[in-house]
Ligand binder design. Structure first.
Ligand SMILES: Cc1cc2nc3c(=O)[nH]c(=O)nc-3n(C[C@H](O)[C@H](O)[C@H](O)COP(=O)(O)O)c2cc1C
Ligand code: SF4
Length: 376
């Protein structure tokens, strides 16, 4: 290997080594973290724009692509133009996503979700649901506490959603247990104030996740990977703490969870999950120190997340044993071919400046026109 050739050095990096998640081999360590794209039909169906998006990411050599959150029930719809996985009739359209990806070595997981109290009646068609009636100040919503029967139905809906994902040809699913959505609000002592077996102790709050995971493993099979995107902390008083979150991850690992992506924050916390205005390398990987605590406690792969932009910072996070995989969202909106450019030694940093102008309700796209020059 020529040590003076940046392209060769990058190709030889640990970032370009494969890793297994359950029985599925991911060809490199780059993950496209779940990114809601605002591209579905109003009924949650897949569109041609999705196929272009996912095909570009796979052609751009992203090792594992995680879709935007797909709702398991319209009552859990978070946003217009969101993917739905709530009915069997969605399977045919969804199957076009893995087809668009599997022309390449990339793997693709469907993120399955329920918005809980972080939505509005005009989007989800009912009073938003939550473990308990705790007011949500950002959405200005007083949610309705779910009955125990509704909790059981929701567990079954997540399991059926996972079964549909497998039927559609996805390589795995990710449970959305972060950012204040329904599953996160069940494990959080701040939002879960029920008085039944789904509340109170850590074991009780984790019960909903364990029942979903158990159902998925028995219906979709032990060889179908299930990973979770988990809040390390809610960043609010009385919210979920990192110590409890790690304990929940350990319980899930013992039940067969195949990997965990570590995130944090919720809408009313002020400190959300998509931090703006990152500039220096020191600000990159803002959930990685939290993720490294999960890694120390677990044997399953741990995904590091939050503001990664520089190849060297990503490489270091893996080399130092803090995480196993590197997740990025916004950089792939701007440059779906970023991984390929890294491999070819064309760039050493994403152009994304974390301005958050990509939230376009007509379909995500980079809204920043400035092109910083950082070719190498
Ligand atoms: C437009 C947009 C949509 C997002 N949608 C989701 C989503 O559907 N599910 C999810 O778990 N996170 C979602 N996120 C959060 C990202 O997955 C990621 O955690 C966050 O943006 C931090 O990573 P980054 O700095 O690489 O962008 C979204 C982020 C953006 C910018
Ligand atoms: S608009 Fe473009 S530069 Fe700004 S955060 Fe989104 S992808 Fe990055």
């Amino acid at each position: 290997m020529r040590r003076d050739d940046p392209a060769e050095l990058m190709r030889a990096s640990v970032l370009f080594t494969p890793l297994r998640i359950g029985p599925v081999t991911i060809p490199n360590r780059f993950v496209r973290s779940a990114t809601h794209d605002f591209m579905a039909e109003e009924d949650g169906s897949v569109t041609e724009r999705h196929l272009t998006l996912f095909n570009q990411l796979a052609e751009g050599e992203v090792g594992l692509i995680i879709t935007g959150h797909a709702y398991v029930n319209p009552a859990g719809k978070a946003s217009p133009r969101q993917l739905g996985v709530h009915e069997d009739r969605m399977v045919e359209g969804l199957s076009r996503i893995p087809q668009a990806v599997h022309d390449f070595p990339s793997r693709v997981f469907l993120q399955i979700a329920h918005a809980g109290r972080q939505t509005k009646e005009k989007i989800c068609g009912c009073t938003p649901l939550a473990p308990s009636a705790v007011y949500e100040p950002v959405f200005k919503v007083m949610p309705r506490a779910m009955t125990k029967e509704e909790v059981k139905t929701t567990i079954a809906e997540f399991v059926q959603a996972g079964r549909r994902a497998k039927q559609a040809g996805f390589d795995g699913v990710q449970l959305h247990v972060a950012h204040g959505y329904l599953l996160n609000s069940f494990i959080s002592p701040y939002t879960n104030r029920r008085e039944d077996e789904y509340s109170g102790s850590l074991l009780n709050r984790a019960r909903i996740l364990r029942e979903i995971l158990g159902g998925l493993k028995s219906l979709a099979g032990l060889d179908f990977p299930v990973i979770a995107k988990l809040n390390s902390s809610d960043f609010i008083p009385q919210g979920l703490s990192i110590e409890e979150s790690i304990e929940i991850a350990r319980l899930l690992e013992a039940d067969g969870l195949d990997g965990v992506e570590v995130s944090g924050g919720m809408s009313e916390a002020g400190k959300g999950s998509i931090w703006q205005g990152l500039r220096s390398q020191e600000e990159e990987g803002y959930f990685v120190d939290s993720a490294s605590r999960f890694k120390a406690a677990l044997r399953i792969p741990v995904f590091g997340l939050g503001g990664f932009r520089s190849f060297a910072v990503m490489e270091r996070a893996i080399e130092e044993g803090k995480v196993d995989l590197i997740s990025l969202s916004r950089p792939f909106i701007r440059e779906p071919d970023l991984v390929k450019k890294f491999r070819l030694g064309q760039v050493d940093k994403s152009e994304c400046i974390s301005c958050n102008k990509c939230f376009n309700p007509r379909g995500i796209k980079c809204g920043d026109l400035v092109k910083p020059s950082r070719r190498i």
